[in-house]
Design a protein around this ligand. Structure first.
Ligand code: MEV
Length: 319
């Protein structure tokens, strides 16, 4: 028996970092870039093959899943969740989501692996359960994750998210054309989150004001998304980027790409995800996409990708 499973990447449209402190944030799945797991039922104990890892068999015993490797931890948590004592077979994982670039590769790989393990047992894990398991693995990646990455990746829907309160799915008044550009610099979300935490500790009043302003932007942005008010949404994106600069999670390379997108006619642009490296996202009208992509590549982007969020929205994209 051969099974397949997958999960998408994600982009945070608004509110990263402040979301760790209880402010809202908005994220969309990137269904065009995915982590995929292929499982084959065999007699051997489960072995996982991933591009950058030697295959490893898993020992899943004892009370707790005390595994330092994220794949091993996800396999262990899933196995226990299914009530199984052992899993047999091989699972190969492939992902076209760049690693450590703010696009949710860790959460997507975990989600694809969890689904594959369940399917090897002829089962499906409900998304709510899978979300909880992936969140546990996110703690290894991020230290103190808000839970937004696992939620958008597992449910594969645009979400308005508040830590502890969960996610609301958002309706888009009009689709949004997003240009993503990669600095090519890998950056660990865990480090950026830890630095913001130190700043919040040293300058609590100033950083609390920044978080408040980000929270206000996110709430207005949700309203703009639902009404299809793209011009205002773009301005809010750029304002969110300025506040992320104040949190020191931008970088010269990210700022150059944001300016390049704006200079070529983007409605707005900001870093997306943990920052310091990784990707920017820019909001674009259709007729400006080619010029924006060109400018981004000339400004040093290692990769550009254009995607449409909220495709199922009622209005067309004609104005
Ligand atoms: C990472 O994609 C988003 C951050 O806000 C961290 C988190 O929410 O866990 C930087």
């Amino acid at each position: 028996m051969r099974i397949q499973a997958s999960a998408p990447g994600k982009a945070i449209l608004f509110g990263e970092h402040a979301v760790v402190y209880g402010k809202p944030a908005i994220a969309v799945p990137l269904s065009g870039i995915r982590a995929a797991a292929t499982g084959i039922a065999r007699a051997n104990p489960l072995a996982i093959f991933a591009e950058d890892l030697a295959p490893f068999p898993l020992k899943i015993g004892g009370e707790h899943c005390d595994q330092p490797n994220p794949l091993a931890l996800m396999a262990c948590l899933t196995t226990k969740h299914l009530g199984a004592t052992s899993i047999k077979g091989d699972i190969s994982i492939r992902s076209d989501i760049p690693i450590a670039s703010g696009l949710g590769s860790g959460a997507a790989v975990s989600a694809a692996l969890g689904r594959a393990i369940a399917r090897l047992h002829d089962l499906e894990i409900p998304d709510a359960d899978l979300n909880r398991l992936v969140f546990e693995v996110e703690k290894l990646h991020h230290g103190t994750p808000s839970g937004i990455d696992n939620t958008v990746v597992v449910f594969e829907m645009p979400i308005y998210f508040v830590k502890g309160a969960g996610a609301e799915f958002i309706n888009f008044g009009k689709p949004l054309r997003l240009v993503l550009a990669d600095t090519g610099i890998a950056s660990l979300t865990r480090d950026a989150v830890a630095d913001v935490r130190s700043m919040a500790h040293c300058e609590p009043a100033r950083i609390a004001r920044v978080f408040d302003e980000i929270g206000n932007i996110v709430n207005e942005a949700r309203d703009c998304i639902e009404r299809g008010a793209r011009d205002r949404l773009g301005a809010l994106m750029t304002a969110n980027h300025r506040l992320l600069q104040a949190l020191t999670v931008s970088s010269p390379e990210l700022d150059i790409l944001v300016d390049a997108a704006l200079g070529a006619g983007a409605l707005g642009a900001k870093l997306s995800g943990g920052g310091r490296g990784g990707n920017i996202i820019a909001l674009a009208e259709e007729d400006a996409v080619a010029a924006i992509e060109r400018n981004l590549l000339e400004a040093g982007a290692k990769r550009v990708m254009t995607t449409v969020a909220g495709k199922g929205s009622q209005d067309d994209d004609s104005d």
